[in-house]
Design a protein around this ligand. Structure first.
Ligand SMILES: [Zn+2]
Length: 225
């Protein structure tokens, strides 16, 4: 990640969200839609077809004619799993039998999301750390949690807090931290058209708020591979 810091020197945002519990909205318990998957695909395809028609795209063209269906299937079956509480990853926990008391950091977890303001991609990496209470989880489960929570229209600040909240609930500990670094295509391909900026967000909970522990975490994240 050090290389990426050097590659993106022009604009570098750091948003600290230590007291941002207000914006947490996991929405895991409610699913407002009573539509079946097939019905969702049918309706999205219909509306996307209308958008293409308004844009004067030729829906008889061989290359375009199936695009409404493709987009609808992609939305419903691939990009937005995070909207379905039934698809939340099941996390098995293990006793911390090694009595390991140090920090557990899973870094450079790749994620893709879609900006909820513009519906264009966000692409980044997550660094997630915790101190185990009595339980630990398999490291790949952290990847699954990041993937699940990012697969919906999102904003980076909210995603950062959601990852921490989710892990706090699973691990029954306050000692969780998450740092996200991401490129937002709504910044690079439109608006300001800045292709060099990278957004960093950080949420620290429990003992990660202690300056020495926060510093240790950041040095672990920034350490060369
Ligand atoms: Zn955006």
């Amino acid at each position: 990640m050090v290389t990426r810091y050097i590659c993106y020197p022009l604009r570098y945002f750091i948003l600290m969200n230590n007291n941002s519990k207000k914006i947490i909205s996991l929405n895991l318990e409610k699913n407002n839609s009573s539509l079946s998957e097939d019905e969702k695909i049918k309706q999205i395809a219909k509306h996307f077809r209308s958008i293409m028609e308004i844009l004067n795209l030729d829906l008889n063209d061989n290359s375009l004619k199936d695009t409404p269906d493709r987009v609808a299937k992609m939305y419903v079956k691939e990009l937005f799993d995070g909207l379905d509480p039934n698809l939340a990853p099941s996390i098995s926990k293990f006793e911390n039998s090694f009595e390991y008391n140090g920090c557990i950091l899973e870094k450079n977890i790749p994620f893709y999301s879609l900006c909820e303001h513009h519906f264009v991609p966000i692409k980044g990496v997550a660094h997630v750390a915790y101190y185990a209470n009595e339980k630990i989880i398999g490291l790949s489960k952290i990847n699954r949690i990041v993937n699940y929570l990012s697969k919906k229209p999102q904003v980076q600040e909210k995603l950062t807090v959601e990852i921490v909240t989710y892990l706090k609930n699973v691990l029954q500990t306050d000692d969780v931290a998450c740092v996200l670094e991401a490129e937002h295509l709504c910044v690079s391909m439109r608006g300001i058209k800045d292709v060099n900026s990278l957004t960093t967000t950080a949420e620290y909970s429990g003992k990660f708020n202690e300056p020495s522990i926060k510093l240790e975490l950041l040095s672990m994240i920034n350490k060369d591979e």
